[in-house]
Ligand binder design. Sequence first.
Ligand code: AMP
Ligand code: TRP
Length: 329
Amino acid sequence: MGIKKIIVTGAQPTGGFHLGNYLGAVKNWCLLQEDFECFFFIPNLHAITCLSYSPKELRRNTIQMLAQFMACGLDPQKSHMFIQSSIRGHTELAWILSCLTPVGQLFRMTQFKAKSEQKDFVGGGLLYYPILMAADILLYNAHLVPVGEDQKQHVELARDLAIKFNQTYAETFDVPEPYILKAGARVYSLQEPTKKMSKSDPNRKGTIFIFEPIDDIRKKIRSAVTDSGTGITFSKNKPGIANLMDILAALTGLTVEAIEAEYGTYSYSAFKNCVAEAVIEHVKPLQERYLKLLKNKEYLDSVLEESKKVVQTHASRTMSKVYRKVGLF
Ligand code: AMP
Ligand code: TRP
């Protein structure tokens, strides 16, 4: 594993994966684990930046997220999988990095501005969130950080902090790069097909969750919003149909041209049925794996225990270097 480039990424333990996360991110992480040393973790410390969460639910969602990682194909034999709060180093490094971070840069973060506007209570954690994320990345000396467009600014802060630390103290960190997937795998809401599919969409019918009941998935796809035309053709004027075609393409590996050739004359409802069945066929084995994993709590615990030993060794190595260079004991 030693000479492979290092990948670090995290997925918050909220809501579970939807079809956009799966096709746009997780499916690709499964491929990355073949060629890179990957650290996939659940940023549960990031999940407590609002006061309104339920601790009991957070613990449950954290374990469920681990099971979702594995059900989707992340393999503990190939990758490190862990819970952020169970490794020492993330918060310590975040503190040290915070001393190098201009607060102005934190106040200018797009996500901070958007989230703090929506909230009555804005805790320091929300402002410091990107520093903790930089610590997650630098603690393992990541080369590449797969994230969505919305997290790019945070990875840029991690880059700035790596450079600043190296200049202030001594060469310590590799400078990480954001790894943004091409727009090809972007999935849109089934109800408003010009908007990204999102877990926070108030219209639950627009978002397909990978681990929701099969019947709900079928219903949601059958009631996807389309235009009033006919013909299965890929066009900007038909965003609903184009989205379903993209989904089918991503699942089957067919090109949209091949889909047009095969389904061009289908009615919209017949095509929706085909897409629904393709999605179901794809998610069914993932759901079966997920349920089996959730029933086997001991196995999940053993995965965490095993990977924790290795991950903690990496983190402790970085932290002892950092402490020495910063002049701490
Ligand atoms: P999120 O949970 O929204 O922060 O997204 C986690 C990952 O899933 C990011 O890497 C995003 O690029 C990806 N993702 C989220 N929503 C979509 C979408 N609608 N289509 C494609 N990829 C998405
Ligand atoms: N902030 C990321 C998100 O909301 C999750 C995250 C936390 C992360 N730490 C990270 C992603 C480190 C990549 C690397 O999606």
